[in-house]
Design a binder for this molecule. Structure first.
Ligand SMILES: CC(C)(COP(=O)(O)OP(=O)(O)OC[C@H]1O[C@@H](n2cnc3c(N)ncnc32)[C@H](O)[C@@H]1OP(=O)(O)O)[C@@H](O)C(=O)NCCC(=O)NCCS
Length: 162
């Protein structure tokens, strides 16, 4: 929830308690474990994760039928900038492609610095919507990969170590 401080109202973040998130993940891991990736280190433990699957609100436009979705992607602050976000995102996209969903999208709040990351990863803006959190409306943007969108360049980057 740390990633949403300053983006969403404090009461919305407060409602996402540890117990609420634990219950969500217990259910998710039982029912839809296929598209979940975890980056882990022997010493640091979990470093980041991504979850993906069938799009909950698919976008169909002339550039593709975006039926795959990355639901969530988080890297622990201490582990950011090491290339894990890129690896987790690419794992989701490749896995969805193998399952037949080669056009993949995700939703992100406008103003989230992650938008720049998705653009760096070759994501193209393909739509937007208003979502309500805590009684207030917030704009989200959808980024897409695949379909007839231009193929993103593979970023060449030097990997740093923790
Ligand atoms: C967005 C996030 C997943 C990126 O993960 P990361 O492991 O730090 O990213 P990587 O190290 O793989 O970065 C890959 C490239 O994207 C760039 N990048 C990453 N975050 C960026 C940002 N906020 N702004 C601009 N560029 C960014 C990196 O500089 C790197 O570029 P390079 O190839 O030129 O070196 C991570 O910052 C995060 O977990 N943020 C908080 C949670 C969040 O908002 N998730 C998205 C919810 S929709």
């Amino acid at each position: 929830m740390q990633a949403y401080v300053g983006l969403l109202p404090p009461e919305v973040l407060a409602a996402q308690s540890y117990d609420v998130r634990l219950a969500h993940w217990k259910k998710t891991l039982v029912h839809t474990p296929q598209g979940i990736f975890l980056a882990e280190d022997d010493k640091l433990g979990p470093m980041g994760f991504a979850s993906s699957g069938l799009a909950r609100d698919p976008i169909r436009i002339e550039t593709g039928n975006f039926r795959g979705e990355v639901y969530a992607l988080y890297v622990r602050p201490v582990c950011q900038g090491l290339g894990l976000g890129q690896q987790l995102l690419e794992s989701c996209i490749a896995n969805l492609g193998r399952a037949g969903y080669s056009a993949v999208m995700l939703w992100v709040l406008v103003g989230n610095p992650a938008c720049k990351f998705y653009e760096r990863m070759g994501g193209q803006p393909i739509g937007d919507r208003l979502e309500t959190f805590g009684g207030k409306e917030f704009r989200e943007i959808a980024y897409g990969w695949g379909g007839k969108l231009p193929k993103p360049p593979t970023p060449e980057r030097a990997k740093k170590s923790v």
